[in-house]
Design a protein around this ligand. Sequence first.
Ligand SMILES: Cc1ncc(COP(=O)(O)O)c(C=O)c1O
Length: 470
Amino acid sequence: MYEAYLNSFEDYGPKTLDEVRKYLDRTKKSREIFETVSEYIPYGVNSNQRFYPPYPIYMKRARGSSVWDVDDNLYIDFNMGYGALIVGHAHPKINEALHKQLEEGILYTFPYYLLEELTELITDILDIDMFRFSNSGSEAVMFAIRLARAFTGRDIIIKVEGSYHGTYDNVLFSIWPFRGLAGPRKMPVSVLETMGVPDAMEELVRIVPFNDVNPLVDILEEEGDDVAAIIVEPVMMNAGIIKPENGYLKSLRKLAYEYDVVLIFDEVKTALRAGLTTASQIYGVDPDIITVAKAIGGGAVVSLVGGIEEIMSLVGPTESIRIQGVVHAGTYNANPLSLRALYVTLTEILTEDSYRKMLDMNRKLLDGYTHLLREYDIPGYVEEFGVSGSLIFSDKKVKNFRDLMNLPFDLWYPLYYSMLNRGVIPMATGPEEMWTLSVQHTIEDIEKYLEALSDSFNVISEAKRYIEEW
Ligand SMILES: Cc1ncc(COP(=O)(O)O)c(C=O)c1O
C-alpha cells in the first residue's frame, strides 16, 4: 500500500522520491497508530483537514515553538493550530492559570465571575458593542447567520467563493469547488462541498468572487429584498492569504447599508493576527457582526460572535417570557478553563511589544522566502497578514479564488514532506494554508525554517523540471 504511494512520486524525480521514502521511514509509529485507529475513526482523524496521504503524523507533546511526534521526531511548528496558537505551545503563563483553574473546577454552567473583567477588555479590543461566547468558529458563524436572518427577516446568504467559514450547513458551499461545476468566474455557481446538506439549502446561498463588487451588485439588484447577510473574511485566509483591494471592503459596507443587508466579517482567522485588533479596524470598515475564534483563546476552546447592539440584543428572551429571541446556547460556552486562558492571553501575553517582535521575525521569514524563490528560479511570491504568511506559486498577483484555483499544485506534497524531514512544519499541505508565528518562536527558528526551505526548494526545483516534461 505504501509502496504504491511511494511509486506515485516516481515521475517527480529521485529527490522527491527520496523525501517521500524518508517520511515513510521516520514515521513508523504514526503509521501503526493510523492503521489501528482508522478502523474506528474514518481516516484516523477527527477533522477532515488533518488527514493527508498516506497518513498524518500523530503528535504526543508540544512546548514553545516545538512539537514532538510519536516517533520522537522534533518539529518546529509554524502551523500553530492553524493560527490559534499565537501564544505558542504550553505557554508558562497559560499553564499556571489553567493549573489554578483545574483546582477550582472546569465547568460550572453558571455564569463565571471573570466575565465582569472581560467584557470591557473584549469590546475595546474588538470594537464591538456586545458579544456572546461560544466554543468554535463554526458555532460563532452559525449564530451570526441566525442573528442576521432574525434581524432582517430574510433568508439568503451571500458568500465569497473560496472562503471557508467552518462546518455549518449554510456555509459549506464553494470552498474549493470542482472546476467543472463552479460556473463562470464573474458569476460563480454555488457548489455544495459535502453530502448530507439538503438541496433546499442551496436555494439560500449565493456565491460571489472576492475583490469584485459587480457580481454582488447584480445579485442585490435582483434579490436584495431576500438577502439577510453578506459574509466575508475581510482578508481571505483559507485560500492562501488574499488581501482586499483598495476600497473593496468599504464598497461592501456601502452596499450592505444600501440594501439593508447585515455585513458579517468572519474574523476567526484575522482577529488578533496583526496586533491586538481586528481586520475591520485595520481596514477602517465597521461590519455589523464579527465572528472571532482561534488566537483569542490562546489555544483554548473559545469563540465569540459580537457586533452592534441593535442586532446582538436580539439574543435571548424578548419581553414575553414565552417568546424567545434568537437562541444562543451551549453547555460549554464561556467555561472557566477557556475564559482563564483567554484572559491571560489578552492581558499578559499578546502585548504590543510581543507583536512587534513577531512582525519583525515574520519580515525576515518573508524576505528569506523571496530571496530563495529567486535563487531557485521558482515562480512565486509570498503574501503576509500580520504574523502569518502564505506561499503562492504564481508570478501574477492572486486576487481571488479563481486565480488560485488555476495554479499548479503538484509541488506542495514534495515541499511538505521535505520540510517535515528537516524538522519544520512549514504550514499545512496545500496552497490554502499559511504559516503563523507565535510569541515563543525565536530568530533561530526562522533561520532553521529558511535552511530547511533552501534544501526543500532544491528538491522541488528538480520536481518542477520533471513535471514540465510530463
Ligand atoms: C474564517 C474561518 N471561519 C470559521 C472557521 C471555523 O472555525 P472552527 O474550526 O473553530 O469551527 C474557520 C476555521 O478555520 C475559519 O478559518
